[in-house]
Design a protein around this ligand. Structure first.
Ligand code: IPM
Ligand code: MN
Length: 394
């Protein structure tokens, strides 16, 4: 059997270190289960740009678009690596793909595993238990405040010319002004909000508990958010079986920390989703635990939410779980789209391996209070997967 075509973009800093663990785990599934992958590794990122003057080799975008069933991304971003126009070098990879492949839903699960401590410190240190934290944030991924940057990156990725930077006087303001438009469209909002409702229904089946969808915006102030909220209300009315709620982003951040048990699926415009998911990671043990899936109509890309963590580069100390959990999301999404029962079993196995790993709780990295290395954790998960595969498939 020819396998799934998997494109690997390890990228900057600690990206390659966590990616090595992802590949180690994927290899165990290739060796011992019926699933297989054809892997293409593409060098890319800010460091690659500093070395070569390119963010990735020519034709890489087309490879991701035309020859990949799924894309795995490590991390993009390196201090000082900037394009001549000031934009981040490597942006073409992460942002160019989000926009160019129409990956409109950025799915970010926030789940606290038994055995992991959340990072809300203070007197009530252990207030949140695993049963309180199990939600998924869906961040709109192609428009809003990111729109102009995403478009610039998409054009670069396709080899088109950058639009000129328009300098104009800004009404009502004096002197130098820099501004970013924040367009929010009906189409862009409908597809991501519908995605959120579909996911709520899917989770309801999987978890056996009724799920709700919460819309987070700033519709008391901005017109874009007003449209977003209006569409949310329309879609809520068309889905009366799903409970809904809505909040302004400022109050929501408080609610998130105070009552995470109230939240299931949360849908947010791009920049709010970027900020809220870093904050929410505190509830799940930190960014080292936070995984994500970028989903579009035809393509999918998976990446840890954390960045390249430059200061830890080369030390083999960062937590690879966010990356491994992203591989788990990839197995799950590919299995679902391709109706592949074997791969679905593999997704369950990897999920179980991660869960059991924390229940035992011995081999964890510094961010979770341990002193295991990146590769110790990867190896432990890989071994656990191998045992579980033997039980499941043989
Ligand atoms: C993320 C990151 C990116 C973003 C950066 C690296 C451009 O913070 O995936 O959340 O802002 O979307
Ligand atoms: Mn972010």
């Amino acid at each position: 059997m020819t396998g799934y075509r998997l494109t690997v973009l390890a990228g900057d800093g600690t990206g390659p270190e966590v990616m090595a663990e992802a590949l180690r785990v994927i290899d165990v599934f290739q060796q011992h289960s019926p699933v297989s992958f054809e892997i293409t590794d593409i060098p890319c990122g800010g460091q690659y740009y500093l070395e070569t003057g390119e963010e990735w080799p020519e034709g890489s975008f087309e490879h991701c678009r035309d020859n990949s069933d799924a894309i795995l991304l490590g991390a993009i971003g390196w201090p000082g690596a900037r394009l001549p126009n000031g934009d981040m070098a490597g942006g073409q990879v992460i942002l160019g793909l989000r926009s160019g492949l129409r990956l409109y839903a950025n799915v970010r699960p926030i789940k606290l595993y038994p055995g992991v401590q959340h990072k809300v410190h203070g007197v009530h240190q252990q207030v949140w238990q695993p049963e309180h934290v199990d939600m998924v944030m869906i961040r709109e991924n192609t428009e809003g405040l990111y729109h102009s940057l995403l478009r610039r990156m998409e054009q670069k990725a396709k080899g088109e010319k950058d639009e000129p930077i328009v300098i104009e006087e800004f009404p009502g303001l004096d002197g130098e002004v820099a501004w970013d438009p924040r367009p929010i469209s009906r189409k862009g909002s409908e597809r991501v909000i519908n995605f959120a409702f579909d996911l709520a229904r899917h989770r309801e089946n999987k978890l056996g508990t009724a799920q709700s969808v919460t819309c987070v915006d700033k519709s008391n102030v901005t017109r874009g958010c007003r449209l977003f909220r209006k569409i949310f209300t329309e879609i809520s009315e068309a889905n009366p079986d799903i409970d809904t709620d809505a909040a302004y982003i400022d109050a929501f951040t408080m609610w998130l920390m105070r009552n995470p048990e109230d939240l299931d699926v949360v849908v947010l415009p791009n920049m709010f989703g970027d900020i809220a998911t870093d904050l929410a990671s505190v509830l799940q043990g930190g960014l080292g635990m936070a995984a994500s899936a970028n989903m579009g109509p035809k393509h999918m890309m998976f990446e840890p939410v954390h960045g390249s963590a430059p200061k830890y580069t080369g030390q083999n100390v960062v937590n690879p779980i966010a990356m491994l959990q992203s591989v788990q999301l990839m197995f799950e999404a590919l299995a679902y789209r391709k109706k592949d029962e074997d791969l679905d079993k593999c997704a369950d196995i990897l999920q179980q391996a991660i869960q059991q790993h924390f229940e035992e709780g011995e081999i964890v990295t510094y961010d979770l209070g341990g002193n295991a290395s990146t590769s110790d954790v990867g190896e432990a998960i890989a071994n656990r997967c191998e045992n579980l595969i033997q039980q499941e498939f043989h």
